[in-house]
Design a protein around this ligand. Structure first.
Ligand SMILES: [Zn+2]
Ligand SMILES: [Zn+2]
Length: 329
């Protein structure tokens, strides 16, 4: 099968012909239709996440069709549409797994990092960590829900409750979560780079009450903020815009250093926190919710062989919404 493979971090992915994967005990074999491209993939290629298996097939937003099952795998039938997210396996025995926090599992394995992912024609996955995909939305539009949507959803939940929500950086994740937040009654403030009127326009079209540049005093007194851009300075910027009791959540797996700031910014029970990975419960809640609203994803579609171009476009902020690789179908 064809795959785009990371052989050496810091270098481009290379197109390779790999042996067909075989579904082992408890796994399903999936004919990959679409795989979303995530900023995390870029951090892996760049060597900022330092422990990938190598060589590695990236990709943790897989949508495809079950075409085979390993021994004991009975959850899905051939022909079922499934999604495969970042969380690919947990030990089920550590203190985090036993307390409903499998996202923090001490021995977790991640799709497209520890386990080969979806930048390939076929993939295998542990059936317990696959999601059935409800609704009629096309595979290209579902794929970004599996990480950009899920991590955004978890971030939104951990941002707490309130009236005014700031979204710092308005890319793949924010354009999805903006729609969910508006449906939940939040007044959304979208903060982008100065002069990025195209993205601000997109934010308003998806229900944001206000869109403008980071630092604009009109976006202040917020009850919560989610920082999607991997820029530590934005954590302090967002904290500066928080009302007392407000929470700033970093949705990213990697970020540049957060500069020091006066205690006064954190005082009055403001919170700054991160969000790590996902639990299966997040997906079981979010995917049906996204199908019911429905969340409309904006996607730019690339063929598998152009994965490097997709990654480069994310790096340079050239993608409106989400980038996906269309592989089968
Ligand atoms: Zn565990
Ligand atoms: Zn991701």
């Amino acid at each position: 099968m064809r795959a785009m493979v990371l052989e050496i971090p810091g270098q481009e992915l290379v197109e390779r012909e790999l042996a067909e994967p075989q579904a082992a005990e408890g796994q399903v074999l999936i004919d990959v239709s679409t795989c979303g491209v995530c900023r995390t993939d870029l951090h892996i290629v760049d060597g900022e996440l330092t422990e990938p298996k190598l060589p590695l097939v990236l990709g943790h937003q897989i949508v495809g069709t079950v075409i085979g099952t390993g021994g004991g795998a009975t959850r899905f039938a051939e022909g079922d549409r499934v999604g495969v997210p970042w969380l690919g396996w947990t030990d089920r025995t550590c203190r985090y797994c036993r307390s409903g926090r499998e996202n923090l599992c001490e021995h977790a394995r991640f799709t497209g990092y520890d386990i080969d992912g979806g930048y390939a024609e076929r993939a295998v996955a542990d059936e317990r960590f696959c999601f059935p995909i409800p609704g009629e939305q096309a595979d290209d539009h579902v794929a970004p829900l599996l990480c950009a949507g899920l991590i955004g959803y978890r971030s939104l939940r951990l941002a707490g409750h309130g009236e005014r929500l700031g979204l710092y950086g308005f890319g793949s994740s924010a354009h999805i979560i903006c729609q969910v937040a508006v449906a939940q009654g939040w007044r959304v403030y979208a903060l982008t780079r100065e002069g990025d009127t195209e993205t601000q326009e997109l934010a308003r079209s998806l229900g944001a009450e206000w869109a403008g540049a980071v630092g604009d005093p009109l976006a202040s007194n917020l009850d919560a903020a989610i920082v999607f851009a991997p820029v530590g300075d934005l954590m302090v910027e967002a904290l500066r815009a928080m009302a007392p009791g407000g929470t700033v959540v970093s949705a990213g797996i990697h970020m540049s250093d957060i500069p020091s700031f006066p205690y006064e910014l954190l005082w009055h029970e403001r919170t700054m926190r991160s969000v790590a990975n996902l639990t299966r419960r997040d997906g079981e809640e979010f995917l049906p919710l996204a199908a019911s609203l429905p969340v409309e994803t904006r996607v730019t579609v690339y063929p598998l062989a152009e994965a490097n171009r997709a990654l480069d476009d994310i790096r340079h902020g050239r993608v409106e919404g989400s980038a996906v690789l269309r592989i089968g179908g």
